[in-house]
Design a binder for this molecule. Structure first.
Ligand code: ZN
Length: 371
């Protein structure tokens, strides 16, 4: 799978190597060879979601093992598509994020198939398009199904069991001014200087967020100014400046909370500068939080496995990033082989031992939930 490039095209052209199609076809074939009932559905042209089902003998629950087929880009990566085994690790782009998880799922299906174990519930494998950009694959599944009883997403968590993560909300703050020649700046209004006031007014926003009630796993919400643009020429007083901010949301935060927090901080700037005007955009991106209860059966099963594995009580954790989980509209937990330290890096690898351990954890979940 590492040798089949499936880089996310991001906002570039979709073509061989820069799409999920080739890996999706390979994964469909693998699932079919294992006796699964397979199907495929395009989230966008040449960007399919793929499914493989092992139907249960009764009307038990369905467990979906779900993973994204795309990887991040490989610019500057030496031999990204040459899978290499060394020192108990497998190297290559996607080895950790998250072709490792996809490989474990196939092994779960193989073990169940070989053993002829009778399970009342159904196991479903699912390969999803476009996790690394706009999550069109999981959004498509959220709309068109299937909805299932339990989902495990094998994103690299070092096998930690992560039923929750923060959401991510981006928006633009825009300030306006009046352009004049920079030899007479006192006669203009400088949008960049106004943006400086905006940045100052938000500078202790994180401290305010830290005073609010934390989520038991996710802690506090966060704010970060990320991209700024303004001005055309140094010899012109700029009449426009735009700042894109990133706000990490707790499950209890709403988009309205974000807007009212910002307005409460920026509106007073009009008092000292009557011409001060700012605008908040619609969201530039929205990835909702995930918040599965820690006593959900799939979480309990994975925590039991991890406790056995570590020989010490394992606790649920928050996953640091955004995932497909909230888009799927089914109860989803993140737990997979590999570490986020290696994901997206130019030296990606996964420990083979973790592949084995993840496969065992997924198998036990299948027995616990589908038996
Ligand atoms: Zn990933």
């Amino acid at each position: 799978m590492i040798a089949i490039p499936s880089e996310n095209p991001m906002d570039g052209a979709v073509g061989p190597g820069r799409r999920e199609k080739e890996l999706a076809e390979y994964y469909l074939q693998q699932m079919s060879d294992l006796g699964l009932d397979v199907s495929s559905r395009d989230a966008a042209p040449d960007r399919p979601n793929v499914f493989g089902s092992r139907h249960g003998s009764g009307d038990g629950d369905t467990l979906m093992l779900c993973g994204h087929l795309d990887t991040v880009l490989t610019d500057g990566y030496k031999d990204p598509f040459v899978p290499t085994e060394k020192d108990g690790r497998i190297y290559g782009r996607g080895s950790c994020d998250m072709k490792a998880g996809l490989a474990c799922y196939l092994e779960v299906a193989r073990v169940l198939g070989d053993s002829d174990i009778d399970l009342a519930g159904s196991l479903m494998l699912c390969g999803v398009a476009d996790e690394e950009w706009k999550m069109i694959g999981s959004r498509e599944i959220g709309i068109n199904g299937p909805r299932v009883d339990h989902v495990i997403i094998g994103e690299p968590s070092d096998l930690s069991v992560c039923p929750a993560h923060k959401g991510q909300y981006g928006l633009f703050i825009r300030t306006y001014g009046r352009a004049v020649h920079s030899s007479i700046p006192e006669q203009g209004e400088n949008a960049i200087e106004r943006m400086a006031q905006v940045i100052n007014a938000l500078s202790d926003y994180n401290e305010e967020l830290a005073t609010r009630d934390p989520h038991p796993l996710c802690g506090h919400g966060r704010y970060s100014p990320g991209v700024i643009r303004g001005g055309e020429l140094a010899s012109t007083v700029p009449d426009f400046c735009e700042l894109e901010i990133d706000r990490r949301l707790l499950p209890s935060d709403s988009a309205e909370d974000v807007y009212s927090d910002i307005r409460r901080r920026l509106d007073p700037l009009k008092n000292s500068d009557p011409h001060f005007r700012y605008e908040l955009s619609e969201p530039s991106y929205v990835n909702p939080p995930n918040d599965l209860p820690i006593d959900a059966p799939v979480v309990r099963s994975l925590l039991d496995s991890l406790t056995t594995l570590k020989g010490a009580r394992a606790n649920a954790e928050a996953f640091p990033g955004s995932t497909d989980a909230p888009h799927l509209k089914s109860p989803s937990v993140i737990c997979g082989p590999g570490s986020l330290k290696q994901a997206h890096s130019l030296n990606e690898y996964v420990e083979i031992e973790q592949l084995t351990q993840a496969t065992r954890m997924y198998l036990k979940a299948a027995f616990d939930l589908l038996g």
